[in-house]
Design a protein around this ligand. Structure first.
Ligand SMILES: Cc1cc2nc3c(=O)[nH]c(=O)nc-3n(C[C@H](O)[C@H](O)[C@H](O)COP(=O)(O)OP(=O)(O)OC[C@H]3O[C@@H](n4cnc5c(N)ncnc54)[C@H](O)[C@@H]3O)c2cc1C
Length: 381
């Protein structure tokens, strides 16, 4: 019998495999990855410099250890480039591989910023362990780093790099950091705390040119501001990997479209994690992936199960300003109420009846996170 096959050895792929093994120890299982296939915690990539961690230290288990633990065949360094849905076969660098059910856990690619200049292609990004290895090596001897994008990952890297005694510039089109998740007053509070530690913000503009200049680069922003830097890291967002699914004729919107059983438009193909759009939700975070993996494992083991999303707060790893964000459910309409505290800020989003929808807690206000989390409406009931 052809194995259940998972493409992707990130958090999504490995969590489905682990959850499936809790329910069925023997069903044939194959995991395919174009990377090393080892297990690591991706969220640690944006706070590992502070602990002086190398890529090797971040690798928690090798592909061989995962294969033994999961009683699965793991094909690492194996890229898949086509799905033959009729024949239930995959085509790729290991030849033709048959599957019974297929799980796409392909992740997402970093957005490439649209930049001019002779060094535009030297801008780095960190979205996996190999990227982190390159980035850490590139930091040697550098004093001044510029991060494009003051979202969650950009702010986390900024804070992490501060601990390396580096000067940090953060550039973002929005007028305050984490603008997609935080109301402006809360973004401004985070900005102040990072500025106190030495981060310089360039807000309200994006980078136009990256030119080689001496041993580093000269950046020109669209608003005409110019400054020099030793290294540029882009953290402007992620784009779900949809090409494989698209070429196989599966329904794709922003991500690979799946229903609440994580099933694509092909009954034998499922998707989850950063590549998947679950009934309109793109949630590239750990907790939603764990929820989806549990539901999908049950379905694969024969017990068709819908994914449910309770409210899932996200901790932003910025020790300069510890922050927890629980976004309001998609499509809900609310007003933010801001309470400034002596050493923190509480932002509560409420609907027109005063019912809480979401929150952002900073500094001392984090003391309320457990209590508030229980009061938030589920995202997908
Ligand atoms: C720096 C950083 C910090 C983060 N911090 C947090 C945090 O604090 N909290 C939080 O909740 N979330 C955080 N996230 C998000 C979270 O880590 C991701 O949502 C999650 O790890 C995504 O897992 P995934 O398995 O979907 O994708 P990935 O881990 O990217 O895995 C994709 C896998 O697919 C494989 N693959 C892709 N295409 C092919 C192909 N054609 N053939 C074979 N294999 C293929 C790849 O090799 C890889 O193994 C962070 C993300 C980053 C980048």
């Amino acid at each position: 019998m052809a194995p259940i096959t998972i493409i992707g050895s990130g958090l999504a792929g490995y969590t489905v495999a682990r959850e499936l093994r809790k329910l069925d120890k023997d069903i044939p299982l194959r995991i395919i990855s174009r990377d090393h296939g080892g297990f690591y915690s991706k969220p640690m990539l944006s706070n590992a410099l502070a602990g002086n961690k190398s890529a090797e230290q971040l690798l928690m288990k090798s592909a061989a250890q995962m294969a033994a633990e999961l009683n699965a065949e793991i094909l690492s360094n194996t890229g898949i480039n086509a799905i033959d849905r009729q024949a239930h076969q995959l085509h790729g660098s290991a030849g033709v591989l048959a599957y019974s059910k297929l799980v796409l856990a392909l992740g997402a690619d970093p957005f490439t910023p649209e930049l001019a200049g002779d060094a535009a292609d030297e801008v780095l990004s960190v979205n996996d362990l190999d990227d982190y290895r390159r980035f850490r090596a590139a930091l040697a001897g550098k004093h001044n780093i510029t991060i494009l994008g003051a979202g969650l990952i950009g702010c986390e890297f900024a804070n992490d790099l501060l601990g390396q005694n580096l000067q940090i510039q953060l550039v973002d089109l929005a007028e305050s950091p984490l603008s997609r998740l935080l109301p402006p007053a809360a973004g401004a509070y985070l900005q102040q705390q990072l500025e106190k530690q030495g981060v310089t913000f360039h807000l309200g503009s994006t980078t136009q040119h990256v030119q080689r200049h001496g041993n580093g680069y000269r950046l020109t922003l669209h608003n005409g501001v110019q400054f020099d830097t030793d290294l540029v890291l882009s953290a402007i967002g992620l784009r779900p990997r949809v090409t494989l699914a698209q070429q196989a004729g599966l329904a794709v919107q922003r991500g690979i479209s799946v229903n609440r059983q994580l099933q694509t438009s092909d009954a034998d193909i499922y998707a989850l994690g950063d590549c998947a759009e679950v009934t309109g939700y793109l949630l590239p975070f750990v907790m939603p992936i764990m929820q989806a993996a549990r539901a999908l494992a049950a379905t694969l083991a024969g017990n068709t199960t819908d994914v449910r999303y309770p409210a899932m707060p996200v901790a932003v790893k910025t020790p300069a300003c510890p922050t927890t964000i629980c976004p309001p459910p998609a499509g809900s309409i609310g007003q933010w109420q801001i309470e400034i505290q002596e050493n923190g800020l509480k932002a509560l989003c409420v609907d027109d009846t005063g019912k809480p929808l979401g929150f952002a807690l900073m500094g001392s206000a984090n003391a309320e996170k457990q209590l508030l989390a229980t009061q938030m409406p589920a995202w997908l009931v």
